[in-house]
Design a protein around this ligand. Structure first.
Ligand code: HMG
Length: 427
């Protein structure tokens, strides 16, 4: 029998947007009992992007942090796949912008994967298969990024489940974070109109109840397929991670698995096996393609040595729909997880918005998403001068990005425009 090569996630990094709205603030504005958002959905705060942040800048921030932390030679990356449902152009992939702004080698295949929230997993699985084949070559690392802004209509039922963020993962043959089991595939697809975003809209359309039942039936389907194919059962998983549109959904999912496994101790088991992964999702909200991986990162960042070597089950769901249940084993590298993945540090840096400020950000966000009419603030002053990459609006139908190469100096100086070296890039 041929040996299966070791492949998986070598390192992971999360970008947290700099602004948030507390769900109590949103509940007051929507005239809803805050208990519904806090406990009924399980969300505390939702991340909000500034007008000069977009899915590209978030992806670049996450990727640059990953590369810097690992002192990675970019020349070793032969594949860059971005999973997203927040595409910024009908033709040009986010991966192309990221490739330019991060400065990767020309000998690199770049493209986006799209299937709603499943796109992060589609990108990861594709990268893992690619790494399994290219394992012995010099250029054998893949960069996978899941980046999204979750936006629903103002005042809608979906609004409290908004969020934003990006997760970057280095994939290769030294899986210090998660070694993937590539042998057992359990996927499920079925065309369904549960959640979609027509090209002319910046916020998503959703049939909430249909989306929940579609998610849960895809979970049952893939879990049972996986159990039959792999022989792994309930007791083999120390942790179970799910796609998290809102944390209560993970609880609903867990209960469904308890039902399948005839386990009547759902609440205690949930607190042990899934609860520890959800703290970051409560703070950022739905980040669509990255939500499952935000849970993984959250588990690592706070789990420490306790989670080392654990076998985990992961369920990924993308509306439309495509779903997958898969497994892997966590690495034994916890010294590189605590405080290094970027969630805690990102949360510490953020600023709370009033409801009126949130609406203003939203208005500018819509303008840039729909027609590019937002022309940006290249000073970057209003929206966080410690960031490295800014979106500056559209000129001549081209998206403009602004790279601040000297962030430390910017932080020291208040007159940022004159004293820091900056480069403006149209990519
Ligand atoms: P809703 O209809 O306004 O909420 O929207 P509800 O009335 O069903 O209430 C929600 C929960 O809050 C209920 O608990 C209530 O009992 C409880 P549950 O029955 O679910 O256990 N509740 C309270 N609890 C405490 N105190 C109170 C209180 N009041 C009520 N005072 C819905 C909910 C999720 C449908 C809505 O937010 C929505 O449409 N969200 C967007 C769609 C979504 O997230 N779907 C999830 C599955 S699909 C998916 O995950 C894919 C997705 O990520 C996209 C992609 O793939 O790209 C969305």
């Amino acid at each position: 029998m041929q040996m299966q090569p070791k492949v998986g996630i070598e390192s992971i990094s999360v970008h947290v947007p700099r602004y948030f709205v507390d769900l109590k603030t949103l509940a007051a504005a929507n005239d809803v009992d805050p208990g519904k958002y806090y406990h009924g959905l399980g969300v505390r705060r939702m991340a909000v992007v500034a007008p000069d942040e977009d899915p590209v800048t978030m992806a670049v921030e996450a990727a640059r942090a990953l590369i810097e932390r690992n002192k990675l030679d970019g020349g070793r990356i032969g594949l860059l796949v971005v999973g997203t449902e927040s595409g910024v152009d009908g033709a040009k992939p986010i991966a192309a912008y990221v490739h330019g702004l991060v400065g990767l080698s020309g000998e690199c295949r770049t493209f986006d994967a799209k299937h709603a929230c499943y796109s992060g997993t589609a990108a990861l699985r594709m990268a893992a298969d690619w790494c399994a084949v290219h394992g012995t070559q010099h250029r054998n690392k893949a960069l996978v990024i899941a980046t999204d802004i979750a936006r629903y209509d103002e005042g809608s039922a979906g609004e409290p489940t908004q969020g934003a963020g990006a997760v970057a993962m280095l994939v290769g043959d030294e899986p210090h974070v998660l070694e993937l089991d590539l042998r057992n595939e359990a996927v499920f697809s079925r065309e369904v109109m549960d959640f979609w975003r027509p090209n002319y809209r910046s916020s998503a359309m959703v049939d909430g109840k249909t989306s929940i039942s579609s998610y849960l039936s895809a979970l049952k389907n893939t879990y049972l397929t996986h159990r039959a194919a792999s022989g792994f059962g309930w007791d083999d998983y120390e942790y179970l991670l799910f796609h998290v549109p809102f944390p209560k959904m993970a609880y609903k999912a867990f209960r469904v698995l308890c039902g399948l496994e005839r386990n009547d101790n759902a609440d205690d088991q949930f607190d042990l096996r899934s609860g520890p992964a959800l703290w970051a999702n409560r703070e950022l909200g739905n980040i669509y393609s990255g939500s499952l991986y935000l849970s993984l990162a959250g588990l690592l960042e706070k789990g420490g040595r306790k989670v080392e070597g654990a076998r985990i089950g992961l369920f990924s769901y993308g509306s439309g729909c495509c779903a997958e249940f898969f497994t892997g084993r966590l690495g034994t590298d916890s010294k590189n997880w605590a405080d290094k993945i970027g969630i805690g540090a990102g949360l510490d840096r953020r600023t709370e918005l009033t409801y009126e400020q949130y609406l203003a950000f939203r208005k500018n966000g819509n303008a840039l998403a729909c027609d590019g009419s937002y022309t940006g603030d290249p000073q970057g002053a209003a929206f966080g001068r410690l960031r490295k990459v800014f979106y500056c609006g559209i000129r001549d139908h081209r998206r403009m990005y602004f790279v601040n190469d000297n962030v430390a100096q910017v932080a020291r100086n208040s007159g940022i425009e004159t004293r820091s070296r900056r480069s403006s890039v149209a990519v």
